[in-house]
Ligand binder design. Structure first.
Ligand code: 4AD
Ligand code: MG
Length: 455
């Protein structure tokens, strides 16, 4: 008989005479004459309850089946008299697929701390919370693709191995085939030059946008920031759209539309998974998500942001003068306390932003924009790009970057240059926003962080 997934069985419209379910035992309860097995196969948040009548045979088997064991149950799907579930399985046969030792299986308790679960990341997807998280994660990826596909953007693949530091922040992981014991020069290395893992697919996305029009990349991104914060991981996923013939306003519009669209989609398609977070992680989650969907995001120039911060009735650890980069405390104050909704800050001082951003007429600021959301801070970083060859060359010089290294980038300004804009959306940060989870290590299956490369 063909196995049916539990999520599908629970959605059945009518009883089913013969059904085969496979899953992991969440709990076993014994009653007089029969036992209840709560089974979950990962297909959804809800367990299905199987009722196994006691016979000498099943009693012996049930003895060896406890929380964490994997089993197969064949029987009939019938209306459940119990509360909270429509269907249950009346077992005709029970098979143990894989036992789990009841003394050493680490997921015995009903609730475990996130810290503990991080140490057993290989097993945590078997809990309600992490099952829900990774289902939301999967849906979010699809929602992002659909959003762009519906708007005629092409999905492109930007390289992971690169020779360029897109952000110029020097936070790159070096890739080498050289032996640690006898290091040679970069010339002798695999590529004949220094190679790194990409910190952003933007530069490739720009090249392709200037041929294909609207494109996006969605891939793994690597940053060797030595910051052990709850919002940074060394390996994360970034969504980077890039639009030709577009300016900063188009960029902000796209970012806002994207966040709104994926939020509604998750509430629509993974409602019970999100409800779990609203119930157990952040009781204000739903109100916040409704605000994100319904309210227009605030939009303010950086200068205005600085003014608001200076006038704030509270103090900040980091300075709030024109020229300072906004820190998480500032970003959160603006979104969480001042506007109480997402806010887009634009026109940052050029000193705090990357070389490729378009210089504004004031010669002081660049056409950058960051989308800040409550509880997290920056979720999107983007800009209109410098499309004027001479201005870009001057900027590269000012920052002592190598013109030769960027010859291909400059070429696109040399031949048929056009205004264009794009941004990077941190995929894990969106998951934090959607679930209320406050540590980024709990939204990615196997987080990579300083001194942490298990699993
Ligand atoms: O603001 P960032 O550094 O922008 C860029 O890399 C641009 N090249 C993007 C572009 O214009 N195409 O990063 C973009 C986003 C941030 O807003 C944040 O959400 C996320 O990527 N991010 C991280 N997420 C998790 N861990 C980290 N270490 C992150 N660093 C950035
Ligand atoms: Mg940024």
């Amino acid at each position: 008989m063909k196995r049916i997934k539990i999520a599908n069985a629970l959605n059945a419209l009518a009883p089913v005479e013969d059904i085969l379910i496979k899953g992991w035992v969440r709990t076993k309860r014994d009653a007089k004459g029969f036992s209840f097995l709560e089974l979950n196969d990962g297909s959804g948040l809800k367990n299905i309850q199987a009722i196994v009548d006691h016979t000498p045979e099943t009693l012996a088997l049930l003895e060896s089946i406890g929380t964490g064991a994997s089993v197969a149950v064949e029987g009939s799907l019938s209306a459940s008299p119990g509360q909270g579930q429509k269907w249950e399985v009346k077992a005709r046969s029970l098979t143990l697929i894989g036992a789990a030792d009841q003394v050493t299986y680490p997921l015995q308790k009903k609730r475990h701390s996130d810290e503990f679960l991080r140490t057993i990341a290989h097993l945590r997807s078997r809990t309600n919370k992490y099952g829900a998280m990774f289902r939301i994660r999967s849906e979010l990826a699809l929602a992002i693709h659909d959003f762009f596909q519906e708007r005629g953007f092409f999905h492109i693949h930007s390289p992971i191995l690169t020779g360029a530091d897109c952000e110029g922040a020097g936070e790159m992981f070096r890739v080498t085939t050289q032996d640690r014991a006898k290091p040679g020069t970069a010339m002798d290395d695999f590529f004949g030059k220094d190679a790194f893992l990409t910190v952003s697919g933007q530069l490739s996305a720009e090249m392709l946008a200037l041929g294909l029009g609207d494109v996006y990349t969605f891939g793994p991104t690597f940053r060797a920031e030595n910051s052990n914060t709850p919002r940074h991981v060394a390996e994360f996923w970034m969504v980077e759209p890039e639009m030709a013939f577009a300016d900063l306003t188009d960029d902000m519009d796209l970012g806002e539309a994207l966040i709104k669209s994926v939020t509604s989609r998750i509430l629509d398609r993974r409602a019970d998974d999100v409800e779990l977070f609203a119930k157990f992680v952040d009781t204000t989650l739903m109100v916040g998500l409704e605000t994100i969907i319904k309210e227009p995001f605030a939009r303010i120039p950086y200068r205005e942001a600085i003014r608001i911060l200076q006038e704030a009735s509270r103090s900040f650890e980091f300075p709030t003068e024109f020229g300072c980069d906004l820190q998480t405390e500032h970003e959160r104050y603006l979104a969480e306390e001042h506007f109480k909704k997402p806010v887009i800050v634009f026109d940052y001082p050029k000193e705090v932003k990357a070389f490729y951003m378009r210089l504004n007429d004031d010669n002081e600021t660049v056409a950058a924009m960051d989308v800040l959301v409550p509880r997290i801070g920056e979720i999107i970083g983007g800009s209109q790009r410098e499309e004027r060859l001479e201005v870009l060359e001057r900027r590269i010089q000012e920052l002592s970057l190598s013109q030769e290294a960027y010859w291909w980038y400059l070429d696109t300004r040399r031949f048929g240059t056009v205004p264009h804009a794009g941004f990077g959306l941190g995929f894990e940060r969106v998951l934090m926003m959607l679930t209320g989870v406050t540590n980024i290590r709990d939204v990615i299956p196997f987080p990579r962080a300083p001194k942490s490369l298990d699993f």
